[in-house]
Design a protein around this ligand. Structure first.
Ligand code: GAL
Length: 958
């Protein structure tokens, strides 16, 4: 039997309607009134999940409906992150739509969450006036009723929607009903690289609107850098007065007034408190005077070009997804400021408005990006892309207007972005035209506009160093219009797992070429989801049919907001002051800020010998203006510096006083100026090997007589010392699928570097050395590494010299080159060398030479997907487990409670269980890290090319 229903319209037709919705009020500025009442409707809501958009009828929205048997969820929240799996699960895809591409239709299986909340008006809720209910963010489509009357429906997940409700409100027993569909036509416009997370994930608020309350208003506050005057005009839908006490301003709305002001910049975020009084309501204003313009082919603020040292920020919390509280937002802003970040791109949607308040307050340049991405259409050569189909243009314009109107009064927002990875089309042009017409005080960005038809800057993502350099020199071609525009990298330096490498090399190019106005690291935080057994979950961990694995964990912060080594590196690379030693007893200090002078900073110095501080003091540095530099004399080295010691100065720039974002003394920049170099460790060959039946002894060490394998040094047992060339591939080693021919991880594995065999050729004892000859090579390949271990001793200390001679056909660099061995007991590690954190050849700017101490556990960087991590650079000597190891030359030091192979096999942190052995790697070389998980690999100068090598370590038992 078969049947068809034809010609029927479903009550859920709006779900697949390309229009933005119906019933909502016009978009307007988002603000918190000083005196109009409001009622938060956040909290526990009744919740019922259905499998399809129209499985349940609408009776639940009527008053008197008994939802007593329903479950509950917290609003703001995503239902898939609540209910312990009872409400479905998150899905992670980068580009792909997790449903058939059949716009604007979505699957019949369309998880639909009915939300119910009853509320009474507070006793002091004023009689009369209007009222609106505001939804700050609902994914992806909602239909709303109050007390049984439908208010409307909307799409545009990360945008505010308001409905007039005064005619429906009752003193008590109000029932707000919201039906939320996971999938809708809007989902086609929201294909950002992130988890798909349905729900009412931002605040729901009831706002009283007194008679003569402010409706919408636009604060125009410019700054003339020539006269030092600010110009203020507040255009308001409802007439009123604007007062700014600190500036003696008291004018009517619509009137222009000027005053001498301190300008707003990200470095000096001067805000003036004001009030817009419309008679019925007072609205607090926080006014920042600044002028953004495109002049001389550059993005200028207050007459000066700015250099963006930015990050891309998705909203993320490991338990609550994109439902962020203000404290978490503040934590993001404080972490950014403390790490010298000066700009944020709100990838790829307008953030919670409170985040922009924080950017105004603490000082960050913001690219506010519209909630728009249609990346999945790339799979079909962009056919049917909504941004090139007029039927969708009203939805696009609605999104543009909802962003601009909501956020237009934030001085921190200097650029509007049309969206991300949406191809090209008429709809984008329409958005750009509308934005340019509505707001002439800001610039427009969109990365996909290669010819810059609609935009005010040329923007790219992941361009490699060479290309950025060409762009900087103006040698990149492009349309006439593009050639005369400034350039930014809206995304670069893919911070997935270990890395990114190459930040310092980018920064040099940014600083060398005026046209290149900086970039935004991808991205701020890993979107790992806290998971009871996996630590942090990523794509695939919820059984998704299509997913992109741990590509969702590519941030400078781990999911719990612990800064990763990548953030420490970024902080150093973008420091606002440079400290460069010239080796002649002076130091050059350069103020690399765009606006502020150095009065906020104090400079200190220390003089160290072999890492021990001998003297310290304050370094007088003039209050250099932005861009200026000066050569300052360093204090003389102390007379008691021990002869033969490695000596030098470390100079730091710290906050001279507390700021809203960090306490006095917080370090913003530093530099080291070496004076004398250390002497390489030497060991006289005064002892010789003694060959016994089962053991060979040499100085403090014993070896297996048959294999030549080291057994002990003094009382310390040592296992498995041999050459190691493998590292658990990093996300950047593995690269991304679209870079198939250069992916190191795969090439290394194909050659078999993770399964090297060690053939013993000879064990030779002569008068003053023990020599073990081997050939290290993978099965099935002719390429190999002839490796000779030569041991000598002066009776107390033991020197190992490793000589490596490659043979055969080597076509890839090595992951690492060094020795590895096991110690049965080791916990605390002390070292003299680079620290305190992890470093690799192209991510070592933040590595400061000094004396450091750590436990073995604390040496690990807990990347969400386990991979090579934790190396310390330039180590002169390290002590652990009763041994002291001196390097000749300096080495890379790593110690962990599992082998590299175990690390390589682990998929989550919880797969790693400490064994009884601490595995120590002493590396002569490491391959660079790069950023090939999405962008370019390491620059050739950081490759660990296969070549003859010799390096030594001196061991002593302590
Ligand atoms: C970009 C995209 C981002 C993110 C990144 C890779 O192409 O704009 O949203 O997917 O690549 O992590």
């Amino acid at each position: 039997m078969s049947f068809r229903t034809t010609g029927t319209t479903s009550a859920a037709d709006y779900v697949e309607d390309v229009s933005p919705g119906s019933g909502a009020l016009a978009p307007r500025a988002w603000y918190a009134s000083s005196d109009a009442k409001s009622l938060s409707l956040n909290g526990r809501w009744r919740f019922r999940l259905s499998p399809t958009a129209d499985a349940e009828d609408e009776t639940f929205a009527g008053t008197g409906y008994d939802a007593g048997g329903w479950a509950e969820v917290t609003v703001p929240g995503h239902w898939v992150l609540q209910g312990d799996g009872a409400f479905g699960a998150p899905i992670y895809t980068n580009v792909l739509y997790p449903f058939p591409v059949d716009p604007p239709r979505v699957p019949t299986e369309n998880p639909t969450g009915d939300h119910l909340r009853t509320f009474d008006l507070p006793a002091d809720w004023p009689a009369g006036g209007g009222a609106v209910v505001r939804f700050d963010g609902v994914e992806s489509c909602a239909r709303v009723w109050l007390n049984g009357t439908e208010l409307g429906e909307f799409k545009g997940s990360r945008l505010a929607h308001e409905f007039a409700v005064e005619h429906l409100l009752r003193p008590t027993g109000n029932v707000l009903a919201v039906r939320v569909h996971q999938w809708s036509a809007g989902s086609y416009l929201e294909d950002q690289d992130q988890w798909w997370l349905p729900g009412i994930f931002r605040d729901v608020t009831l706002l009283h609107r007194p008679a003569d309350s402010a409706l919408d208003f636009f604060v125009h506050s410019a700054y003339d850098h020539v006269t030092g005057e600010g110009t203020l005009r507040v255009d308001s839908d409802v007439d009123g007065r604007v007062t700014v006490p600190a500036l003696d301003i008291d004018v009517a709305t619509g009137e222009t007034v000027t005053a001498t002001v301190r300008p707003w910049t990200a470095e000096t975020p001067a805000l003036y408190d004001g009030v817009l009084d419309t008679g019925g309501e007072r609205v607090p204003l926080r006014i920042g005077f600044r002028t953004v313009e495109l002049a001389d082919g550059l993005i200028k603020v207050n007459g000066r070009p700015v250099l963006f040292k930015g990050v891309n920020r998705h909203e993320w919390h490991p338990e609550r997804g994109r439902a962020l509280d203000v404290e978490t937002m503040r934590q993001d802003v404080l972490l950014m400021k403390r790490h010298n970040v000066n700009a944020v791109r709100t990838s790829h949607y307008p953030p919670h408005p409170a985040f922009l308040d924080l950017c105004d307050e603490y000082g960050l340049w913001v690219i506010d990006e519209c909630d728009l991405e249609t990346h999945g259409f790339e799979q079909q050569a962009w056919r049917d892309n909504p941004v090139d189909d007029d039927r969708w243009t009203p939805a696009l314009l609605d999104r543009a207007a909802r962003m601009v109107e909501r956020d237009k009064n934030h001085p921190s927002v200097v650029i509007w972005s049309l969206g991300n990875e949406a191809g090209t089309g008429r709809g984008l042009t329409a958005m750009a035209e509308w934005i340019h017409g509505r707001d002439t005080s800001r610039l427009v960005h969109y990365e996909g506009d290669a010819d810059c038809r609609d935009t005010d800057m040329y923007s790219r993502m992941y361009a490699d160093h060479a290309e950025v350099e060409r762009i900087g020199r103006g040698l990149d071609g492009g349309t006439h219009r593009r050639r005369h525009l400034p350039f930014i990298l809206c995304e670069y330096a893919h911070a997935m797992g270990n890395g990114p490498g190459g930040l310092a090399d980018y920064q040099r190019i940014f600083e060398d070429h005026a046209r290149v106005q900086g970039g935004f690291v991808w991205e701020w935080i890993d979107h790992g989801i806290a998971h009871p057994t996996l630590g942090y979950a990523y794509g695939g961990d919820f059984g998704e049919e299509l997913h992109d694995g741990n590509f969702v964990c590519d941030g400078l912060l781990l999911p719990d907001r612990t800064p990763s080594p990548g953030l420490a590196e970024f902080r150093k690379v973008i420091e606002p002051v440079s400290v460069e030693g010239s080796g002649d007893g002076t130091v050059r200090i350069t103020n690399k800020q765009d606006f502020a002078d150095l009065t906020a900073l104090a400079f200190t110095w220390v003089f160290r010998a072999d890492g021990e501080t001998l003297a310290s003091g304050v370094l007088p540095v003039p209050a250099l203006a932005a861009g200026e530099s000066a050569v300052v004399k360093l204090p003389r080295p102390p007379a008691d510096a021990p002869a033969g010691a490695e000596t030098g100065w470390t100079v730091r720039a710290v906050l001279a006083g507390s700021t809203p974002w960090a306490p006095r003394g917080h370090e913003v920049a530093w530099g080291q100026i070496p004076l004398t170099a250390r002497a390489a460790p030497s060991v006289d060959r005064t002892d010789g090997p003694v060959v016994g039946e089962r053991l060979i002894t040499l100085g403090p060490a014993s070896f297996d007589a048959r294999t030549g394998a080291l057994r002990s040094i003094g009382a310390v047992e040592v296992t498995g010392l041999r050459l190691d060339v493998w590292r658990a591939t990093t996300d950047n080693d593995d690269g991304s699928a679209w870079q198939a021919d250069t992916r190191y991880g795969e090439r290394w594995r194909t050659l078999g570097l993770h399964r090297m065999r060690h053939r013993l050729d000879a064990v030779e004892a002569d008068d003053d050395s023990l020599t073990v000859r081997t050939r290290v090579a993978p099965a099935a390949a002719e390429a190999g590494l002839s490796t000779v271990y030569r041991w000598t001793s002066d009776g107390n200390r033991l020197r190992l010299t490793v000589s490596v001679t490659p043979d055969g056909d080597w076509t890839v660099p090595l992951p690492r080159l060094g020795v590895r061995f096991g110690l049965s007991a080791a916990d605390t590690v002390t070292w003299f060398g680079g620290g305190p954190g992890e470093a690799y050849p192209d991510s070592r700017a933040a590595s400061e030479v000094g004396r450091w101490q750590s436990t073995v556990d604390a040496l690990q960087t807990p990347y969400v997907r386990p991979q090579e991590n934790g190396a310390r650079a330039d180590v002169r000597w390290a002590r652990l487990g009763g041994l002291r190891i001196d390097g000749d030359p300096e080495f890379w030091f790593t110690a962990r409670r599992w082998t590299g192979e175990q690390l390589d096999a682990a998929r989550h942190r919880t797969d790693l269980t400490p064994g009884g052995t601490v595995w120590v790697n002493l590396d002569h070389g490491q391959h660079g890290i790069g950023s090939q998980s999405c962008g370019p690999g390491p620059l050739p100068r950081y490759w660990l090319n296969v070549a003859p090598a010799e390096f030594s370590f001196v061991f002593s038992a302590e």
